[in-house]
Write a protein that binds this ligand. Sequence first.
Ligand code: IPD
Ligand code: CA
Ligand code: CA
Length: 557
Amino acid sequence: MHGRRLATTEEIVALVTPNSDRALDRLESWASTNGVDLTVLDIAEDVTDDHYTEAPETLGVTIGGDGAFLEGVRAFAPREIPFMGINTGTLAFLARVKPSKTTDALTEVFRGRGSIHSRQQYHVTGADLDTTGINEVTVENVPPAEPHGSKVCKLHLFVDGEYVGEYFGSGLIVSTPTGSTGQALSNDGPVHYPNNNFTLQVVPYETHNVSATPIVVSQKSTVQVVPEGSVKVTVDGGREVVETGEDDVLTITGADQPAHVVRTSYDDPFMPALADKLGWGLRGVEDSGPAERLPDTDEEPDFLSAAVRVAREAARAAGEPLHELHGQVEQVEYKSDKADIVTEADYQSQRIVSTVIENEFPGHGIRSEEDLAVEGDPEYVWLVDPLDGTGNFAHGNPNYAISIALTDAEREPLVGVVYNPETDETFHAVRGGGAYQNGKPMAPTDRDRLDESMLLSGYDPEGEFLQRFYYDTQGVRRLGSAALHLAYVAAGSADAVWEYDTHPWDVAAGLLLVREAGGRVTDAAGDPYRLQLDARDTRTPLLGSNAALHDSLLEHL
Ligand code: IPD
Ligand code: CA
Ligand code: CA
């Protein structure tokens, strides 16, 4: 999930521990000032469908310490609700926003400027357990009834069916990266930096064999613990506690469902929290050490770099609901004819992209295909096609894209982004700064012979382009997305494209992609193609190519 998607959040569900009145006051007053719906629940209450409308439009908040945060995982993760923890506790690695930073952090999140980190969870089955957790499963001896009774247990460990060996001692801890700062750490397990860390680790628990060290395995591995005799199994520090029976085997693997944790620039950073709170006594924790020797990543970005970054993030955030809805379109609306359709997905994507742009560039104008016009500084107008290739999308075909461009006062593109959520490909260009496919420079082909070329065409009502070029080339393809056509010519997977008619939002981004990659885009007469914002009754044809073929194509048109 992308932090930018939170720009369209409309409501908050808060799980609150007792004695958190001041932090809750701050949350309530922020929500009422900002017109955000707020539902406050006691930490022990279950979140149900009645408490929120739609997961991606809802932010979860916990107020309390890490215990409250763990309750947040239990309540929000299965519902895919991203959430953040306000820390009113003392020792917290998970809830990392100080109460005094609540309003700043929320404002950042609702502008879409926070980030969402997916945290690995585990799933454990066996001995009446079938549950998901985020910290650890502890397997240990059942405390003896008599003081002289045995305080150790024997466990056999298997990873992906391979026998690791017999552990004789107090037990074993199987933890996630998030859980690595909990019980695992107290038993000499390593600390895992939890961001984008998808692993499980097995840490011997007070083992009687000091040479046994922790093992780190992939989230996809299956860890199996076969006890000899009955053992006690504890999930996330006590959320569930069971004793195993005769032939029970515990099976632990990475859960399919991660917890979506929202992070802001107001969060206490992880490393100082670790070193400080655990009293590691590392020097330099207060400052950032000799950071000046590291390459500078905090350099103030110039306007165009900021614009292209925001456009890329907006496109990816809008791509999420499109990818989720792809192949399951239930309703289409017809615009001008049976092929001119719009779906709920077009509107959802448009809402995300336009909100992100408005938040980041408040004075700019926006024109987006589904009747959205934001008046602003004519110097900067964004042209957005929230879903180019709706016909493909509605039929479950993967050729569709989000197209976002920023244009200057002459309506020449400054920045262009085309993103295909199905292939996860991003094409972007900045005027004077080159064109890129997934961050790597791209270039069109250098073919200059028609009989060696492969062409693309858009709407071609009389089939004229097809007839003229089909036999003289290696083929003419129609993919159904003008934005992708241009991106493919820019990236060299086709040599040229012809569109009989274009809307500015279809091609504004692709135009810059082709030009910056080194290709050429003209009208049918060979003059540079110009975006026509208000040309309702005139047809705007487009010929884009690798440049080398352009004159031969024009001659043939
Ligand atoms: C359409 C597609 C199609 C092109 C049409 C466009 P939409 O956009 O780009 O390939 O031939 O002219 O309108 O309606 O899917 O956004
Ligand atoms: Ca379009
Ligand atoms: Ca569209």
